[in-house]
Design a protein around this ligand. Structure first.
Ligand code: C2E
Ligand code: CA
Ligand code: CA
Length: 556
């Protein structure tokens, strides 16, 4: 079948036609004519031998070619051609007419059949490279384009492959049906097109995914373009006249040349997209740390369970410092995975994946065990350092979570006021009422609760006073902008005032500079955490840091 298609395409190609086919057919018809003449007319040579070139013309040139050659064939063997050179008998006009009509019909019909087959093949070819609903080129077209670029010089910049996906798809489908996704894909493809000056092709690489390949991109322009795209994607889109909000995520990968197979680039862009989804960020660029493809990701999760047993997971401790006194207030325990082959895997990669599975239960149990074991060791050294452990909402919604924490504290013989739990604002939203009940039980056991990443979630203000919180941790994205950004100052100031009014303390996370620290002090923030004091440290390094810190404090 493939050969037939190839042959047909070859002959339909205009250049080949012009060069070989038409002269060949004319020669064939001339040859039949000469044979008829030279052998004494149709008495000796079957006049129907003219069918062959006419039929061939129809098949290979389509209906137009078939008709032209049909008429020509009829004319060649027409009334002026002697049928019999011996008797000089000529053909009757009616016969000539019949024959011309017959040849024309044969040429036309075979041409029509060939046209149908050809347009069907063309459609098959189109459909193999396009999405039939939106008419956008598909994943295979993108791979084809990347293969085409393989090994080609790209001296004027980098290639960028972007993928865009929707986050709240299930919610949208259940509210409006499947057609909303098709409509969203169409409208977002249009937004992509409007934001890009060079008419780049937009590909639909999955049912809920669009991709874009940019060439000759320079880094500054790219940042601007990503920002512009994200801004456009934030706008609501219209579905049956109703403005709808869609959470979009953009993952992209930058590469100077196409050297690998095309799917490698798409996988990398999709890995960045996965991180964007996990971190609830609008756009993420691929970097080697993300170099854990979906396949590896799954394998990684499979390995996570064993990693605990094999000692690949450890906890690091980052100090939190009291404003005013500069004393150590407490520490946050942060997980580290030292994978034997992949090296250090950041928690931002494996925690969000673990949170989507029951593995988070094991991960949190490990974090609690390690932190408590460390608390016992510190206690033996006479140190009482409250330690914060990060937990996920999934943990909180486990039926026996509160009891398991309480039992653990008992088994380590630890006072519950040495333990803090950090939970993020956005994940609390999953089941706010239940979360409030469970947090209240923990709080009743004197376990301190921190609301992590404050300011990145939404609409929690109405619940804030219902949550039994001790601390609000203002998200790093605001702290990093201090003291230059006035907007950030206002937000941080308002968060601090709000927390104080509700009897909670504030922790500023991600304090990297003295200026930010001073600014926060002026805003009456209570506690600071960040690289300005220390990065998360192993227990051993932490005790070195602590000794040094206390020495420094005593100097003043
Ligand atoms: P998080 O709870 O918001 O933790 C703070 C993150 O900010 C940590 O990243 C910390 O290393 C980083 N950080 C602290 N100070 C600074 C600073 O001054 N500058 C900058 N650039 N970064 C700073 P890390 O350790 O990579 O953890 C990332 C996230 O992974 C954490 O965010 C938390 O959500 C999650 N995570 C880490 N360990 C655990 C764990 O044991 N259990 C759970 N459920 N989640 C964890
Ligand atoms: Ca935290
Ligand atoms: Ca945080």
């Amino acid at each position: 079948m493939d050969q037939v298609r190839l042959l047909s395409e070859l002959f339909r190609n205009q250049k080949v036609l012009r060069k070989y086919l038409v002269p060949l057919l004319l020669i064939m018809m001339g040859a039949v004519y000469v044979i008829v003449l030279s052998t004494g007319g149709v008495k000796f040579v079957f006049s129907h031998s003219m069918y062959f070139p006419v039929l061939l013309a129809g098949l290979l040139l389509g209906s137009r070619g078939g008709l032209v050659f049909g008429v020509l064939g009829g004319l060649i063997l027409g009334p002026f051609m002697p049928l019999d050179v011996l008797t000089n008998e000529s053909q009757s006009t009616l016969n000539w007419l019949y024959r011309t009509i017959f040849f024309t019909l044969i040429g036309g019909l075979s041409g029509f059949a060939s046209d149908c087959a050809y347009s069907y093949l063309k459609h098959l070819k189109w459909i193999s490279k396009h999405d039939p609903i939106t008419k956008l080129p598909n994943r295979s077209a993108l791979f084809h384009q990347l293969s085409f670029l393989k090994g080609k010089e790209n001296t004027q910049g980098d290639f960028v492959l972007m993928v865009l996906s929707f986050d709240n798809v299930t919610e949208l489908k259940s509210a409006f049906g499947f057609s909303i996704i098709e409509e969203a894909i169409k409208q977002f493809a249009m937004r992509f097109k409007l934001a890009l000056p060079n008419n780049e092709l937009i590909y639909r690489t999955d049912s809920e995914q669009l991709a874009l390949l940019l060439r000759n991109q320079n880094p500054d322009e790219l940042n601007e373009q990503v920002e512009e795209l994200v801004n456009r994607f934030r706008l609501p889109f219209l579905f049956n006249g109703i403005p709808i909000h869609i959470d979009t995520r953009l993952g992209y990968v930058v590469f100077p040349h196409v050297i690998d197979s095309p799917d490698v680039y798409l996988q990398k862009a999709e890995a960045a997209l996965l991180v964007a989804t996990g971190k609830i960020q609008e756009s993420v660029v691929y970097n080697p740390a993300i170099g854990v493809t979906t396949k590896q990701n799954l394998r990684m999760l499979g390995e996570l369970k064993n990693a605990i047993g094999e000692g690949q997971l450890t906890m690091h401790y980052q100090p939190k410092i009291e404003f005013g006194t500069g004393k150590l207030h407490s520490v946050e325990a942060l997980m580290r995975w030292n994978h034997p082959k992949l090296g250090n895997i950041p928690p931002s990669i494996f925690i969000p994946r673990a949170e989507q599975s029951t593995l988070i239960q094991i991960v949190t149990e490990f974090a609690l065990d390690q932190a408590m074991a460390q608390l016992v060791l510190w206690k033996q050294e006479g140190l009482h350092i409250p330690t914060a452990v990060n937990i996920s909402t999934r943990n909180l919604l486990q039926p026996d979570f509160v009891e398991s924490v309480r039992d653990r504290l008992q088994s380590y013989n630890l006072n519950s006021n040495l333990l803090e739990l950090e939970i993020t604002e956005s994940t609390l939203m999953l089941d706010m009422n239940r979360s409030i009940r469970e947090l209240q039980k923990l709080s009743d056991h004197q376990i301190a609760i921190s609301l992590d990443d404050f300011g990145t979630g939404f609409s929690s203000l109405q619940y804030l006073h219902k949550l039994p919180l001790n601390y609000i941790k203002i998200d790093q994205s605001f702290i990093r902008k201090l003291p230059e950004d006035e907007g950030a100052i206002h937000i941080v100031e308002a968060a601090i005032m709000l927390a104080h009014k509700m009897g909670m303390k504030t922790v500023a996370e991600g304090v990297e500079t003295q200026e930010a620290y001073n600014c926060l002090g002026a805003l009456e923030c209570d506690i600071a955490q960040g690289y300005l004091f220390a990065k998360p440290l192993s227990a051993k390094d932490f005790s070195v840091w602590l000794t040094q810190h206390q020495k420094n404090l005593n100097k003043f």
